[in-house]
Design a protein around this ligand. Sequence first.
Ligand code: MLT
Length: 424
Amino acid sequence: MSETAELKIDGKTIELPIVTGSENEKAIDISKLRGSSGYVTIDPGYKNTGSTTSSITFLDGEEGILRYRGYSIEDLADKASFLEVSYLLIYGELPTTEEYSKFKTEITQHTLIHEDIKNILEGFPSNSHPMGVLSSLVSSLTAFYPESLDPNRSWDDVDLSIKRLLAKLPTMAAWAYKNEIGHPANYPDNSLDYCSNFLKMMFAVPSEKYEADPVIANALDKLLILHADHEQNCSTSTVRIVGSSHASLYASIAAGISALWGPLHGGANQAVIEMLENIKKDGGDVKKYMAKAKDKNDPFRLMGFGHRVYKNFDPRARIIKKAADDVLNKLGINDPVLEIAKGLEEIALKDEYFVERKLYPNVDFYSGIIYRALGIPTSMFTVMFAMGRLPGWIAQWKEMRENKEPIGRPRQIYTGSNHRPLNR
Ligand code: MLT
């Protein structure tokens, strides 16, 4: 039975098809609305608007469910590696042993970046924010790999661009960090796994031998999995709409990195740790700051609480909170900022003001604490989010291209001046 919705408008009844997803989500298909009624819909921030159908990620905001290609993030964080999850998101299934071995080899072959990228890096002053550097370096890949410019050329070319980007992003991220602190860049060590290689490129210095702590590498791998995709969030929607113009994968991802940089999106994890450090500097009185958060006249803003989609809890925050505890215990770190975070969470989960407003910790609340424990500097927190989100962006861009989706071109309602003659 085909379901429809009836819209009564201007004396007409318009039937609009209902779309039902595999998890029984419902949508009204308005693609014919303007042609049959002259009306468009308007929904600033698209909070009630679905931009596409997708088979990549399912999340249920009421139940706190997040699944990649049907697997729960709890299972994947516990039983898979970030590269396996990347393969799952991009190609639709977890890799067989042979597929995984081939995939890892291909990724390893592409970890180096062109030496000329050092010239681009040198153009950035030290203390440049790594997110701005990273977006520029990803965009520069179109210059070094011109065959990537036309995404319609061949799927083999697109697949090569995908593997190059997965392989090179950690190198570019580490080089952006080294540029920020004025240290020499480290070349990738292809004998190491994805996260250990990244940590070595981040923290090795010429005069000392560096070996990544497996506890830290494993925790980082889990964090990247938890950030790998999140359906049609701001940066993913940016990647899709840029890609819908048939811009290259690299141009689309560079745009996604810029969208993620904003403090209301991926930049929130950096803002959370800066908030916690400020509370610590001011004596660590969590009750005082939760009272400030409730005071409309107080400029203090509570970062890392609540979520546009999750209504009761962010499943990723639960996993990251436990991982933070485990990592700090294993590393023997007693971080007062973690205690402050737990104090804020305890109040938020009990105080009616926060409970009514669904202000509970989201993925950004604990991620900054664990990144700090892993030795990742604050300015790199959002870069870590970008590294994790990369396979999701790629998978969503690829799905949009495979489905031959049209160029994204929303309409508007004009509210400016009516026609007025220019009398001169
Ligand atoms: C994300 O993971 O992208 C953030 O939680 C933001 C969102 O989904 O809107």
